[in-house]
Design a protein around this ligand. Structure first.
Ligand SMILES: Nc1ncnc2c1ncn2[C@@H]1O[C@H](COP(=O)(O)OP(=O)(O)OP(=O)(O)O)[C@@H](O)[C@H]1O
Ligand SMILES: [Zn+2]
Length: 825
């Protein structure tokens, strides 16, 4: 902090600021004397950068020293009364930039909600839902709103022109805070709470006489009478009547109900409900941990005395969540903040309902699909400590906690904690540990199938380790049966892709009125079309991948860039009409099942069926309400689902997961198969899992069957050491992209040669990745493997940064892109 005593007020100050851009360094601006008083690290300053663009930047440092190499411009304004970023966060950002080889500006861009980092290009819209008194607005605010009413949306540059002044940010900040305007985002999918239709009787008929007359009037419409009788019955039994329940109980159609609504006899309302409104599946707040949970809890507590990070390795459905709840309560009692990270946005919806029962308004959700004003609001609440618990997906690690006591990383092994695009390419689990370290908070990693790295660290004593080896309530882990596809095929027992074993079991499950999940890790109908005459396969025009046939659209889709074209009946290369299909997607399984078991209610959950708002929730809801018997899906069905009526899991083809060409394939397959299997038989009955495969003896399959995590861990570790992979070696991947393949090959070769001259054998490549061209850019990958016990990572990273900078500065490489990915996974 600066000492403003004496003459300081008239002194000249300079601030070093972070701009939300991928520029390599911070910039220094000169502070107009009248803003000296407001200077503080972590506040936003409005600055001009480049020719005419305005940005909000974060003040990173304050000094009396003018920059040496350039003349500092004046900063234009300071936006905040109090810092919106803490000094600990700034340290955290710097750490991320150094570790992940990106700029601190990129970290800022990822961390701050858009509403807090206004820039010239930011687009503003009017909040139509907001009613305000125009008389209360200033002239300038009025001008902006007037223009917005005509134009719908405006960029900040346009607003600058309308007001004919540069200083518009403070005005916009005020309007944003008053929720009169919004930031326009391109995220189409917003978080919307789940609603359910309820029916009430027009209060007019509360009067007995009126009701009696109503029945007389309706005499000629027996269905309407049925609906009315049913309504009265349900009302008496349940208090509140849901439209669905009414339709089911009365046996009338939705049209009949609509008629009654139109006649103003019934009144329909859409009520916002939580997913578990029935309280089914939620245990009361005074729940008691069973003995194994109790022991695990005290081991975690004891572990935290001298270990900041603990791993809770508990089998699926062992009751890890209830242990988290107990621990959260303890940190709340100490008035600390808690961060609860989940790997997927879709899971936050389910978990929040579960946690609200215990924590009510003390808990809040945060993730990137929230609208931006809401995110900015959560930011402020966390900063002011108005909220104690945040449940969020990976971006929640960036929130400005002030007094963080405890972090939970649930399903810590999940690959979705890693951000791939854009930079910073961070892993939120790893960042949680760094943040915990900076804030002196305890970190609990939880998983039924920990990542190899985490388990390695736990066994090495770096993290504490606590185990829960049985399911809650003594329910047995599901029984896993492996079925040999080859054998069933030779005995002609297979129908489409269902072995007789799976079909038999499926029928039995349905007879028992229980539910099943069928898992296949590819979407679409069939992934590959091959011409039997010439061997040609339709490929994407932008990417080096074959197109997947989707029956619903009758088109061929690219899963990398979204390109679509009409399905073919003859080969575009040789005009042959003999096209054969290879591979198998979720869409086909759903289709086949409908043919084989026509009465069964099937639904599908994959990327294609969950693109719309709330689609994910709606499917899960229907499944929970037993409107669906069988759910077919990709990995989306593997995660976190906790339903009591699922007794059968079918894995259609395990080989397609195991054969994936990646050093993590076995680890990932073990995790995925165990997690999918873990959805079965969670509450009372033991579940059954059927794995179909060509390779019944495969070691991963055997390890899954025997629930042998340790075995998988030991064998994998041997290979990782031998072939120089994590956790023994650190990996940094350098992807070079160019539209011209010839150029790319030359320049990436040169780049690698240069690197090798410094780092020798550590450098591998260049080579083409699995998909060598995406969206018209060819890609070459160079991998650096670092023996971090014996080599300085910092030195190597600095060298890489320098090499990339030199490379990009070269005139021949102007059209190339270089992406560095640390811990690429
Ligand atoms: N102490 C308890 N009292 C009552 N019910 C409990 C208790 N602990 C767990 N359960 C119930 O057991 C089931 C499994 O618990 P939970 O979902 O916490 O398991 P988990 O270990 O997180 O599983 P997964 O790793 O598969 O997500 C849940 O339905 C939960 O409500
Ligand atoms: Zn494509």
């Amino acid at each position: 902090m600066i000492d403003f005593d004496g003459d300081d007020k008239r002194q000249t100050f300079f601030v070093e600021v972070i701009l939300p851009l991928a520029i390599p360094q911070t910039y220094t601006y000169r502070v107009p004397a009248d803003l000296n008083d407001g200077l503080k690290i972590g506040k936003r300053a409005v600055v001009q950068f480049g020719k005419s663009k305005l940005y909000t930047a974060i003040i990173y440092a304050i000094s009396k020293q003018a920059p040496l190499k350039y003349e500092a411009k004046y900063l234009l304004d300071i936006l905040d009364d109090e810092p919106i970023v803490t000094e600990t966060q700034l340290k955290f950002w710097q750490w991320i930039a150094d570790y992940y080889l990106c700029t601190i500006g990129e970290v800022m861009a990822a961390a701050l909600p858009t509403a807090l980092k206004l820039a010239s290009e930011t687009r503003i819209v009017l909040n139509i839902a907001y009613e305000f008194d125009k008389g209360q607005l200033t002239d300038k605010e009025f001008l902006i709103l007037d223009a917005l009413e005509i134009r719908n949306e405006l960029s900040i540059t346009e607003i600058t022109k309308i007001l004919n002044q540069k200083a518009v940010f403070p005005i916009l900040k005020g309007l944003l805070e008053k929720k009169i305007i919004y930031i326009l985002e391109d995220i189409a999918e917003k978080f919307v709470p789940k609603k359910v239709a309820t029916i009430r009787l027009n209060p007019f008929y509360d009067d007995k006489e009126n009701l009696k007359q109503l029945f007389e009037v309706l005499e000629k419409a027996p269905k309407q009478v049925d609906a009315l009788l049913s309504f009265l019955k349900l009302k008496k039994e349940k208090g509140e009547v849901k439209k669905n329940a009414l339709i089911e109980d009365s046996g009338v159609s939705a049209a009949v109900i609509k008629t009654l609504v139109d006649k103003e006899i019934f009144m329909q309302a859409n009520k916002v409900i939580s997913r578990f409104s029935s309280n089914e599946g939620i245990i009361a707040s005074d729940f008691i941990l069973d003995q194994p949970q109790e022991i695990a809890l005290s081991e975690i507590r004891a572990g935290f005395v001298d270990k900041p990070v603990m791993l809770l390795h508990g089998v699926t459905s062992s009751g890890k969540t209830q242990i988290y709840i107990r621990l959260i309560e303890e940190y709340l009692a100490l008035d600390k903040q808690v961060l609860y990270l989940l790997p997927e946005i879709a899971l936050t919806g389910q978990m929040i309902d579960r946690l609200k029962v215990y924590f009510g308004d003390k808990i809040i959700v945060y993730h990137s699909k929230f609208n931006d004003n809401e995110r900015a609001e959560v930011w402020q609440k966390v900063l002011k400590k108005e909220v104690n618990i945040v449940l969020g997906a990976r971006s929640a690690v960036f929130l400005p906690f002030v007094d963080l006591g405890f972090i939970i990383v649930d399903e810590e092994h999940e690959a979705s904690f890693k951000q791939f695009e854009p930079s910073p390419r961070y892993n939120a689990r790893d960042l949680a540990i760094v943040l915990g370290n900076l804030m002196q908070s305890k970190v609990l990693l939880g998983s039924a199938t920990p990542s190899l790295e985490t388990y390695f660290n736990a066994l090495a004593g770096k993290y504490g380790l606590v185990k829960l080896s049985g399911r809650f309530g003594g329910v047995k882990l599901p029984e896993i049966e492996v079925v040999n596809i080859t054998e069933e095929r030779s005995r002609k027992l297979i129908k489409e892709n269902f072995t007789s074993v799976l079909l038999e079991r499926l029928k039995q499950t349905l007879e028992n009125k229980e539910q099943a999940i069928l898992f296949q890790n590819r979407r679409g109908y069939v992934p590959v079309l091959i011409c039997q005459t010439c061997g040609n396969t339709p490929k994407c025009i932008n990417c080096d991948v074959s197109l997947t046939y989707h029956k619903a659209s009758n088109k061929l889709h690219c899963h990398y860039c979204g390109y679509k074209e009409d399905n073919i009946t003859e080969c575009p290369a040789c005009a042959s009409r003999h096209i054969s299909y290879k591979g198998l997607g979720t869409e086909k399984i759903e289709d086949d099942l409908r043919v084989i078991l026509p009465d069964v209610k099937v639904a599908r959950m994959d990327y294609d069926t969950t693109r719309n708002k709330n689609a994910h929730q709606i499917i899960l809801n229907d499944f929970e309400e037993k409107k669906i018997d069988v759910l077919v899906g990709t990995q989306m069905v593997a995660k976190g689902l906790d339903f009591d009526n699922i007794t059968l899991i079918g894995i259609i083809n395990a080989d397609s997961i195991i054969q994936f060409p990646d050093f993590r394939a076995y680890e990932r397959s073990f995790q995925l198969l165990s997690q999918v299997a873990g959805r079965a038989g969670r509450r009372t009955k033991q579940g059954k899992v059927i794995i179909q495969t060509y390779d019944i003896k495969h070691r991963v399959i055997q390890q899954v069957v025997n629930n042998d995590y340790e075995g998988m861990y030991r064998e994998e570790l041997i290979e990782r050491r031998q072939f120089k992979y994590p956790p023994f070696y650190k990996m940094i991947q350098i992807n070079i992209k160019h539209k011209d393949l010839g150029r790319l090959l030359t320049i990436s070769d040169d780049f690698a040669k240069n690197l090798k001259s410094h780092l020798g054998e550590m450098v591998l490549g260049p080579h083409s990745p699995l998909v060598g061209r995406v969206r018209n850019y060819y890609i070459q990958t160079i991998t650096v493997k670092i023996d971090h016990k014996h080599q300085s990572i910092t030195k190597i990273k600095n060298l890489l940064k320098q090499q990339v900078r030199d490379f990009l500065a070269h005139k021949n490489n102007k059209a190339a892109y270089v992406i560095m990915d640390v811990d690429p996974y």
